[in-house]
Every structure is written in C-alpha cells, then in structure tokens.
Design a protein around this ligand. Structure first.
Ligand code: XBP
Ligand code: MG
Length: 258
C-alpha cells in the first residue's frame, strides 16, 4: 500500500516547544496571583499528564489544599489556561523554530502530493501561532486535517486523536506514518495502527520508545547528518521522503505496521 499522508504531533515533534509552554504556565500563574512555579524537573514530571488544563488540575491535586481552596483553584483553571495560551503565543511569535528537517520533510511530502495532518493534545491557538511564526501565513492550509486539544475526549496515550485524523483524511492507518516525540504519543499512534517515527527531545529522551518502528535524534538534514549510532535503520544520513517510503513499505511487507 502506498504512503499517502504524514501525520505530525506538534509539541516536541514539529518544534521543541515545551520550554516555552513551561515559561507561559509560570507567567500565567504570576498574572493570576498564584505563587506556583514549575521548574524544569517539576515540569518534566508534569508532562506525563497530556493537556495543559489537565496538567494544572493534576498539580492542584498534588497540593492537597483544603476542600474550599481546592474548589476555588479548580474553578480558576480555564481562565489561567487561557492566559497561558495567550502568553505562549507571544513567546512563540518571537522565538518559534521548527526542529531540524521538519520543514524539509513537509515540503518534500507536499511536492510529491502526499497529504499532511496534525494530531496533537495542544490548543489550536498554539498551532496557529507556531505555524505562522515558522512557515508563514497560509501554512495552516498545508494540513488537510488538524485534530487538536479538546477535539477528542480521551487524550494521548489514547488513540482517539489519531483515529480522528485518519477519519478526517479518509485513509487507513496503513497508508499513513505518524511522527511523535513522547512515549504517550507513540502509544497513541501505535494503538491507531500507524507506522510511527519517534524523535525524542530533552524532555522525553528517557521515555520508552520500544513501540515505535523508527527512533531518531531528529529527522536530520543535508547540512545536519544524523550520527551513525542514531540512524542504524537508515540507508541515508537523514530521513528523507524516499527513505521513509522505503521503510514504511518494508514494514507493511514484514507485517510490523499492523
Ligand atoms: C503536548 C501537550 C500539550 C502541551 C501544552 O501536546 O501535552 O498539553 O504540553 O499545550 P502534543 P496546552 O505533544 O500532543 O502536541 O497547554 O495547549 O495543552
Ligand atoms: Mg509531543
């Protein structure tokens, strides 16, 4: 079966954005008079909860506040998260940068007539801010399907976001490849039956990626060849579309993508 679409996760995969999310969360807490501060180790732990609102709620759980204070804090979460999303957009508008090889592979896929989709836990406004600041206005139009944030009830590692993306594309899992940065994301994509490429980041590098068919430090580029130890499965020094098509086809033949 020919490869017809690439489905990308956003945070950590398209761009290494979690540090900007962390800064936006902390700025939103200050704006709302909350004396919370998520340092990097704490945020690394909190990232096991997908979804920014869910992450704040989990943090509130951990505080063990008296019932009345707990309820008041929970009631504030939608407003705090809305501020955080605004602040994230401001940060990314200044500093947004796609990961190595992402724009190249997106363009290769478009040039060859493959379709593109996004499957992310993140809030839609974050995607607009990131794509506009990196690929320019109109980049949202590159994607035939974008399933984001609260559009699915069960967030990653549940497969819902990928199943919804496949449904919107009208394609079977066997005709697509997923790109992820976290073990939650790989689990979600694999549960949807997708051949999955994992490109971990600083935040996720210690997670379990055994379910992914291909694990790379990044997609690499003609100017940024992948280190030998990081690209054992590749016949080329970075992941280009031709190599991805070859690996995807081989996985179907071997029955591994099922
Ligand atoms: C990563 C997430 C998101 C972001 C924060 O999404 O879990 O929650 O960390 O964004 P993905 P929000 O890797 O699926 O792109 O605050 O908008 O949730
Ligand atoms: Mg991610």
């Amino acid at each position: 079966m020919t490869l017809e679409a690439l489905i990308f996760d956003v945070d950590g995969t398209l761009a290494d954005t979690e540090e900007f999310h962390r800064q936006a969360f902390n700025a939103a807490f200050r704006e709302h008079g909350l004396d919370w501060h998520w340092n990097r180790p704490a945020y690394g732990e909190l990232l096991h909860t997908t979804g920014g609102k869910e992450r704040i709620l989990r943090y509130i759980d951990s505080l063990g506040e008296p019932a009345e204070r707990d309820a008041a804090l929970r009631a504030q979460v939608p407003l705090v998260h809305r501020s955080k999303t605004r602040l994230f957009g401001e940060i990314v508008a200044r500093t947004g940068k796609l990961r190595t090889g992402v724009e190249r592979l997106l363009r290769e896929a478009r040039d060859k007539g493959l379709r593109l989709a996004l499957a992310s836990t993140t809030t839609p406004a974050n995607v607009e801010a990131l794509l506009n600041s990196t690929l320019g206005d109109g980049a949202l139009g590159w994607f035939d399907a974008m399933v984001l944030g609260d559009q699915v009830v069960n967030k990653k590692p549940a497969p819902d976001v990928y199943l919804a993306a496949l449904a919107r594309l009208g394609l079977s899992a066997q005709r697509c490849v997923a790109f992820e940065d976290s073990s939650h994301g790989v689990k979600a994509a694999r549960a949807a039956g997708l051949y999955t490429v994992a490109t971990p980041t600083f935040w996720t590098v210690d997670q379990n990626f055994s379910a992914a068919q291909l694990v790379l430090p990044s997609l690499g580029d003609p100017e940024h060849h992948l280190p030998d130890e990081g690209r054992r499965a590749l016949r080329v020094p970075y992941l280009d579309l031709a190599e991805l098509v070859r690996l995807h086809a081989a996985s179907l033949t071997e029955g591994k993508a099922a």
